[in-house]
Write a protein that binds this ligand. Structure first.
Ligand SMILES: C[S@@+](CC[C@H](N)C(=O)[O-])C[C@H]1O[C@@H](n2cnc3c(N)ncnc32)[C@H](O)[C@@H]1O
Length: 255
């Protein structure tokens, strides 16, 4: 007699910014028992290696000709696997609900009657700030933090007024390619051209780099240093602080 398979669960799991040590215990436990892992390009191989060899891995990052799988196909894949009775680990860089389209995937699963659980991850802003020792809030410099997406589409129409400035920290995801537009936009909103900033590339990975400058020179800085994605831009007075901590570290090491 044929039995219909029971429905699996889709786990939307944050893999953090890169360093496998930044994975949550819950994510690690789920990975260790994974049947199917559907993952993005930003997930480190060392994190994927935590899943058993028997697990099936599906990369939705670079399919044929380096194209990302369209979102509706990813949604359909998650639903199909779960309806076939498989538990699916949907592994995403950082946190699934910060610029990760986790909301769309959860909604698609709910609509198909597939149970979903969400496991938070260390978002790139937090991982980068920690690794570069830039406190996103500081009693003297910032009591407001904003996260924005800086990619080209719709950037000109987005209202960022008041998000950056004295007493505030602005963290920009996906802003490397639009660095010049971002600086222009913020200065047009009245932000001082000498507002400090830091660009953190590959945060928490061995190849991490931190470059610093001021708002007016952002495009030139990114071009001169050949900054590549993934990178974050942190704008605000706190961005000058990591430098002080770096100097202290050097002094302590020299002692
Ligand atoms: C599609 S968003 C995904 C964000 C992710 N869900 C999170 O919470 O970090 C991708 C962007 O996150 C940032 N990012 C992700 N990992 C990073 C890392 N290790 N270092 C610096 N930026 C990173 C970059 O701005 C990159 O373009």
């Amino acid at each position: 007699m044929n039995h219909a398979p029971s429905i699996g669960t889709v786990y939307l799991v944050g893999a953090g910014p890169g360093d496998p040590d930044l994975l949550t215990l819950r994510a690690a436990r789920l990975l260790m028992h994974a049947q199917v892992v559907v993952h993005d390009g930003l997930v480190e191989p060392a994190v994927l290696a935590m899943a058993p060899r028997t697990a099936r891995f599906v990369s939705v990052a670079k399919q044929r000709a380096r194209h990302t799988m369209p979102q509706d196909e990813i949604n359909a894949l998650l639903v199909r696997e779960a309806l076939a009775g498989h538990d699916v680990i949907r592994l995403k860089g950082g946190d699934p609900f910060i610029f990760g389209r986790g909301g769309e995937e959860a909604e698609a699963c709910h609509a198909a009657g597939v149970p979903v659980q969400v496991v938070p991850g260390v978002s790139a802003a937090l991982g980068a700030a920690a690794a570069a020792q830039i406190p996103l809030t500081h009693r003297e410099n910032a009591s407001i933090v904003s996260f924005v997406a800086g990619q080209c589409k719709g950037l000109a129409d987005q209202d960022w007024a008041g998000l950056a400035g004295v007493g505030r920290t602005l963290v920009i995801y996906m802003g490397v390619a639009t660095a010049g537009m971002i600086a222009e936009k913020l200065m047009a909103d009245g932000l001082a051209p000498d507002m400090p900033l830091a660009v953190i590339e590959n945060a928490s990975r061995p190849s991490m780099r931190v470059v610093r400058g001021a708002l007016a020179g952002l495009a030139e800085l990114v071009a001169r240093e050949a900054v590549k994605s993934p990178a974050l831009i942190v704008i605000g007075e706190v961005a000058a602080r990591g430098d002080i901590m770096e100097l202290q570290r050097m002094v302590e090491t020299a002692r």
